[in-house]
Structure formats: structure tokens, C-alpha cells
Write a protein that binds this ligand. Structure first.
Ligand code: PHE
Length: 357
């Protein structure tokens, strides 16, 4: 008991000494010395903690607690005193505090131009009542092709050079092994049309931004991986006129100027009729320049009225629904808006690109 009392008295006197020393300190370096002498690696209090095994076991918890209390009190007092030095502008190092020295500049990050474009597109379509939906990048053959009226061995499949994924996994069944669906990296965002319609009833209007992949040679306007934004609006009497109006409003808001939209007959297996969507060239205002191949028009993407076979695949009643779909390349928008000459720059990882925006 006596010994324990001695120990406690000892700790308390250490505490008083240290607090007094802190009180009398005139500089941050003095505080540093005090810290090292008592709380540093070989400081007095650390050593006390280390020698705790020398006292009877039943007294150790109380003793340790006492030491920790003193450590906390010293730490608080050191912090307070440091604050006083800073506030009073008193020299906090031996060399003094130069408050005119430039601070450490915090660098701001940058959003990637494609992120900016995607957000802008989402914002405009949301304001037109469209929901924003996502789907998987690893897709099965049925959603990417069959349900979109692109059957196996049909030449239309060649429109989308595909990265097929090898899958060893089999779904076992007591009698025979059923192969799992063939998987691929989606070649367009159109499979999300199917996924959405499988889960929802019309009327609805959605856009689907996301990454897509094509097994193609790369050049200034082709990449293996790029981004699309799909659109789908389905209801009782949705028409081409609705599409042309909505897409016109979208382009004008996106580019912030009056835009002429032209629909040109085209072919996609999942739309009928199908169109290429052109807008007047923004660089020459339709007069003809090298960007638009001297045609005065820029091709922005594909579109059309949803094919009856697509509605059949999701078991919609053809008598009750019709709608339009479109698919645009996001990089195209970014390249035009920011005049980026090469699509490969987007994934180059070169921050000189993103720092400009
Ligand atoms: N999915 C088509 C493509 O990637 C674009 C498209 C979407 C066309 C919707 C028509 C309707 O080429």
C-alpha cells in the first residue's frame, strides 16, 4: 500500500513538473523538448509504463490508468500552449514564423471530359422527364443480340465486332449439363432496352449511358472501348415526330445554339423504320468543311421506331405500344464540343487532356 502511494505521489509530482515547464515554455522547440523528455520514445512516462511489471499484479490496472491520465493531461496542455503560440504570432520555431511565406497550394482535381459530357446529357434528358438507367457491361448473347432481332448466323451480327468471353462454367442439372449462356462484352447499350422492358411496363422514357466494347482496329475515330447513350421511349402513340422534336430540343440545349436535325433512312435490326441522325455541321454552319466531309452535315448516331420483334421478345402487346429508340456515341459529342481531334486521347491517361476542362 505504501509503495503504491509512493508511486502515485511520484506520478503526480511528475505531472506538476511537466505542466509547469509547459506553462513556462517560450517557444515551440521548447515544447518539443518537453514532449520528447516525457512522452517521447524513451520519455519518463513511457518508461514508467514499461516498468509496470515491477509492481504487484493487482495494483497494475489502477497504476496504468493513472499514468494514462497524466499523459492525456500533458498532451492537452501541450496542444493548448501550441495554440497560444500560433494565435499570438509568437515565433514557433527557433528561426521564427514567417507568416508571409506562401502556403501549400491544394491542387484541385478535374472531371474527365467524358464525365462532364455524360452529366450534361443526363441533366438535359432528366429535365425532359427521362429516367437514367444502367446495365451490365458483361452481357449475354440473348440480350445483346437475339432479343434485339439479331439472330445467330445473321449477317447483321457483323455490324458489331464482338469480344466473346470464354466461360467454363456449366449449370448442372441432374441428367445433363446445360451450357451457361454465351457471354460477351456488350457491343452497344441497346441490350439495356431489353433488360428495362423485361422489368417495366410502358409508358416510360429512359436514357442509358455506359461503356461498350468493339473488337476493332483503333484509329483517330475508333476505340475498342467507348461510351454510348441509348434512349428509349415507349407508350401508346409515341411517333417519329415525338422523336424528332425531343432530339431537336436536346441538341439545341446541348450545343447552346439553333440546330437543324436530319433523319436519313438506314438499317438496324431492332428498329423499323431506322434512321441515321444528322445535325448541321457546327464548324462551318452547313457550308461544308473538312470535318463534315464537305457535306454540311454531321452524323450523330442511329435511331428508329422499336421493331415489333423486340416488343415480342419482352412480351409486350403490339396493339398497345409503340416507341422510338436511339443510340449516340458519347465521345463524338465530347470531340465536337471540345474540339478533341483523336478519340484515343480519352483513355490515354494524360492529365494534360482533362486539365483543360
Ligand atoms: N445500337 C446501335 C449501335 O450501336 C445504335 C442504335 C440504338 C440504333 C438504338 C437504333 C436504335 O450501332
Amino acid at each position: 500500500m505504501k509503495k503504491n502511494n509512493d508511486e502515485n505521489t511520484n506520478i503526480l509530482s511528475i505531472k506538476n513538473d511537466v505542466l509547469q515547464a509547459i506553462h513556462g515554455a517560450n517557444s515551440a522547440s521548447e515544447l518539443n523538448k518537453i514532449y520528447n523528455a516525457y512522452l517521447g520514445k524513451n520519455g519518463v512516462l513511457r518508461n514508467l509504463l514499461r516498468s509496470i511489471g515491477d509492481i504487484p499484479a493487482e495494483k497494475r490496472p489502477g497504476y496504468a490508468k493513472e499514468i494514462h491520465n497524466v499523459i492525456a493531461a500533458i498532451e492537452n496542455s501541450l496542444r493548448d500552449k501550441e495554440g497560444v503560440f500560433l494565435e499570438n504570432n509568437i515565433q514557433t520555431t527557433d528561426k521564427g514564423l514567417d507568416i508571409t511565406m506562401p502556403g501549400i497550394k491544394i491542387k484541385n482535381g478535374h472531371l474527365h471530359p467524358l464525365t462532364l459530357i455524360e452529366r450534361r446529357i443526363e441533366h438535359i434528358f432528366s429535365s425532359l422527364g427521362f429516367g437514367v438507367v444502367e446495365g451490365p457491361e458483361v452481357e449475354d448473347e440473348w440480350h445483346n443480340f437475339d432479343a434485339l432481332n439479331i439472330p445467330k448466323n445473321h449477317p447483321a451480327r457483323d455490324m458489331w465486332d464482338t469480344f466473346w468471353l470464354r466461360s467454363k462454367q456449366k449449370i448442372s442439372n441432374s441428367k445433363k449439363q446445360i451450357p451457361s449462356p454465351r457471354l460477351l462484352l456488350r457491343t452497344h447499350t441497346s441490350p439495356v432496352q431489353i433488360r428495362y422492358m423485361e422489368m417495366h411496363e410502358p409508358p416510360f422514357r429512359i436514357i442509358v449511358p455506359g461503356k461498350v466494347y468493339r473488337f476493332e482496329a483503333t484509329d483517330a475515330s475508333h476505340e475498342l472501348q467507348f461510351n454510348q447513350v441509348e434512349g428509349l421511349m415507349v407508350g401508346k402513340d409515341i411517333s417519329v415526330a415525338n422523336f424528332k422534336y425531343i432530339i431537336g430540343v436536346f441538341f439545341e440545349r446541348f450545343f447552346g445554339t439553333k440546330i437543324n436535325v436530319r433523319l436519313r433512312a438506314s438499317y438496324f435490326p431492332f428498329t423499323e423504320p431506322s434512321f441515321e441522325v444528322d445535325i448541321n455541321c457546327l464548324f462551318c454552319s452547313g457550308k461544308g468543311c473538312s470535318t463534315c466531309g464537305h457535306s454540311g452535315w454531321l452524323e450523330m448516331g442511329g435511331a428508329g421506331m422499336v421493331h415489333s420483334e423486340v416488343f415480342n421478345a419482352v412480351k409486350y402487346d403490339l396493339k398497345l405500344v409503340q416507341g422510338f429508340a436511339f443510340g449516340f456515341g458519347l465521345e463524338r459529342f465530347a470531340m465536337m464540343k471540345y474540339r478533341i481531334p483523336d478519340i484515343r486521347l480519352f483513355n490515354s491517361g494524360d492529365i494534360r487532356l482533362s486539365q483543360q476542362f
